[in-house]
Design a protein around this ligand. Structure first.
Ligand SMILES: [Zn+2]
Length: 471
């Protein structure tokens, strides 16, 4: 049996991990799109490094496009098997993938073959999805047992545990998907998952701890006060449409409940963000219990005074001319695409404005360049001097920090783990997390390279087995 890594191996996007069983059957864990890698991005999204038609089943951890975004290409290139995920993930994937196809069609004004896939491919992909329940074992193919458990990262987001037939008995492997932060205000927390021989663990923030000295709601309030009330400027918040946007709306809802919300216009300028807010608001079981109760009694966690949704392109363009102090939440999180680029271009040259990043930005993205103190940036071919304030609110990330990742795998006995693979992180994050895991007696820890294939061999010597503690 082996596992090969065809994305998120040295980067944080493009997650695709391929399991090949001893009898030749293949299972793909996630099928994500590469994003924000400059000129390499298009090439990376063109070839998988494996044959889609040979895959028997796909297991999808969650809906974010860096985990799901190449599924329609997989289908278009010959994969015709089932895709298993939770019901909330299916709903969110439907809107995310259709949005992705539409963006490609708008970006490429030439013939369709310049797009990675079409809306028709997305429709076919969604038809191949089969939904499963959290915490219930099922068989995606004969003699392969799988269970999805919560990771607290997004509505429907799961870690995937597999119990697989092998030449010498059975081999177990757990894939973390993306791990949420312990303090996330919306989603139910991560739960324990079955003991595994092998672990595939994300490491986005494996090298840092989120600063939780102040609450996010207080920090957000202080940025609004400083930018809109004191400087009379615009506060631009680039935010991923699915998950992050709703968390920010919830914080603003909380400020209103505490009579601390400044009287301003608050714009959500993202059609996908608007659609996702409606879908997420209907996925009641995914919320923390206290929120389920308040929603059940009629409260809308994403609603507050002054909130305006901007749907049409014309209204988005008009918003650039709005000169009053205001807050604009727009996609995407890394500022590399979407409507937020236009708002940043309009506001970057004036010190009264603030750009507040709400999560992870890869070093090659516009967000990454602004956060690394570049004083001149190029947007759509135009060089713009950076005069606005640039900040980042890392506590809002949907990804757990180093402590959260260690907490996530605390359910695993290191002496029973035969190998741990660190994925979905930049080099420093992977190395720092690896060092921390080794100190916790997880061994061996591997940082797989792109397309690297590693043999998994559960069979161990009898004397090694005798050293394992009784469970
Ligand atoms: Zn994610």
């Amino acid at each position: 049996m082996n596992i090969s890594f065809h994305g998120a191996a040295g980067t944080v996007t493009g997650t695709k991990h391929l399991l090949t069983l001893d009898d030749g059957r293949k299972i793909l864990l996630d099928c994500g799109l590469f994003q924000g890698l400059g000129s390499q991005t298009a090439n990376l999204n063109q070839s998988f490094g494996f044959e889609p038609a040979e895959i028997g089943a796909v297991l999808l951890s969650h809906a974010h496009i860096d985990h799901s975004g190449l599924l329609p290409k997989l289908v278009a290139d010959g994969f015709n098997g089932p895709i298993f995920c939770t019901a909330p993930t299916r709903e969110l994937s439907s809107i995310l993938l259709m949005d992705s196809a539409q963006i490609q069609n708008q970006t490429h004004e030439g013939p369709d073959d310049q797009c990675i896939y079409t809306p028709e491919d997305v429709v076919k992909t969604i038809q191949q999805i089969k939904t499963i329940e959290f915490d219930e074992w099922f068989e995606p193919m004969p003699d392969v047992k799988v269970v999805f458990t919560r990771t607290g990262h997004l509505s429907g987001a799961a870690a995937i545990s597999l119990d697989l037939p092998a030449a010498h008995g059975r081999t177990t492997l757990a894939f973390s998907g993306d791990v949420g932060r312990h303090s996330h205000p919306l989603w139910q927390q991560a739960t324990a998952f079955p003991q595994a021989d092998y672990l595939v663990l994300e490491s986005t923030y494996g090298d840092r701890d989120h600063d939780l000295r102040s609450s996010n709601v207080d920090i957000l309030a202080s940025y609004i006060q400083h930018t809109c009330n004191e400087k009379k400027g615009k506060l631009i918040i680039p935010a991923f449409s699915v998950g992050r946007t709703q968390e920010i709306l919830y914080l603003l809802h909380q400020l209103e409940a505490e009579n601390r919300l400044p009287e301003l216009q608050y714009f959500v300028d993202s059609p996908l963000g608007i659609a996702a807010t409606h879908v997420l608001a209907s996925q009641l079981e995914e919320f923390k219990e206290n929120l389920q109760q308040s929603i059940g009694s009629g409260s809308d966690p994403f609603q507050f005074k002054g909130l305006k949704y901007v749907e049409s392109t014309e209204d988005s363009i008009r918003l650039k001319e709005y000169q009053e102090p205001c807050v604009i939440i727009a996609s995407s999180g890394t500022a590399d695409a979407g409507r937020v680029r236009h708002h940043i271009r309009e506001t970057l040259g004036d010190p009264k404005n603030t750009i507040l990043f709400s999560g992870y930005c890869g070093p090659q993205t516009l967000g990454g360049r602004l956060l690394s103190d570049d004083r001149i940036v190029s947007i759509a071919g135009e060089d713009i001097a950076v005069k606005a304030e640039i900040h980042q609110l890392l506590g809002l990330s949907a990804h757990g920090d180093s402590n959260d990742l260690c907490q996530f795998i605390a359910c695993q006995d290191p002496s029973l783990v035969r190998g741990i693979f660190i994925v979905h992180g930049e080099r420093n994050a992977r190395e720092r997390l690896a060092a921390r895991l080794k100190a916790k007696n997880f061994y061996p820890v591997t940082l797989p390279e792109m397309h690297e294939c590693i043999t998994l061999n559960r069979h161990v010597q009898t004397d090694q087995l005798s050293l394992a503690p009784a469970s």
